[in-house]
Design a protein around this ligand. Structure first.
Ligand code: SAH
Length: 244
């Protein structure tokens, strides 16, 4: 009887390892499929983007970061569907296509210092961390910030610094930034963020009310400090909250 029990435990253990190895392989295949979908979506929206392929470095980053690690357990099997997913507290991890194009639009260089507003799951911060030297990311919901930090640490993203706070005011101590990405929708471009952008820098921010489609806006600061803005494409993000 004892032997039978031991045998059963052994079988269960082996089955367990077998399932997880399978899952890792499945995730790899699903990630490869997702990369093809992103490439197709980029081609389909080339009129908005002014290009029909993304920077290969951005695609490599997307192919490297395990999205399943940033998605809560119940949603994990959908990790490689090309859509936003709930991450708790009424928030979402962005659609992979949107993460890819926003990252591409920032035209990052390896030495850049980048600020992200809205850490959420930490996924976008990890993608940025694959491409640049330093990433600073702010999240207003402490529980999300904590979970994102844990995942980023587990995956070894030391180049990504996170903190809890209202991103409307940016991260003054670490400014200025070469690029800023806001991943929650605001009804205007926060002046503190404009101020913390380097001359020659680029910022992406979804602008619009929570009840309307928002526009993804590219803000560029010229070498002389002049600001130009361009509406790029309609998007849908959760709202930027906080006191403002
Ligand atoms: N970039 C995230 C997705 C962000 S969803 C990812 O890759 O998973 C938007 C996030 O912005 C939410 O987590 C929300 O809590 C956060 N947020 C909303 N208002 C904020 C503010 N004023 N400052 C910082 N974070 C904010």
């Amino acid at each position: 009887m004892k032997n039978l029990a031991r045998y059963c435990v052994l079988v269960l253990l082996l089955a367990g390892t077998h399932v997880s190895a399978d899952t890792a392989e499945q995730y790899r295949e699903q990630r490869a499929q997702l990369m093809r979908e992103i490439a197709d979506d980029v081609r389909d929206t080339s009129a908005y983007l002014d290009k029909d392929t993304l920077d290969p470095r951005v695609m490599q980053a997307m192919a490297r970061v395990p999205r399943e690690a940033f998605v809560p357990g119940a949603e994990r099997r959908y990790a490689y569907e090309n859509r936003p997913l709930p991450i708790g507290h009424g928030q979402t991890i962005s659609q992979p296509y949107i993460v890819a194009i926003m990252t591409d639009l920032l035209r990052l260089r390896p030495d850049d210092r980048v600020l992200e507003i809205g850490t959420g799951s930490g996924y976008q911060a990890a993608i940025l961390g694959e491409l640049v030297k330093r990433v600073y990311s702010i999240e207003i919901i402490p529980a999300l910030a904590k979970r994102a930090r844990t995942v980023l640490d587990e995956l070894g993203y030391k180049q990504v610094s996170t903190r809890v706070g209202d991103g409307y005011y940016g991260w003054e101590e670490q400014a200025p930034f070469d690029a800023i990405m806001v991943t929650a929708a605001a009804d205007h471009v926060p002046p503190p963020l404009l101020k913390q952008l380097k001359p020659g820098g680029r910022m992406l921010i979804p602008v619009g009310s929570r009840f309307m489609t928002q526009q993804l806006v590219l803000v560029e600061k010229g070498a002389d400090g002049s600001i130009t803005t361009r509406l790029l494409l309609p998007v849908r993000f959760v709202p930027l909250t906080g006191e403002r």
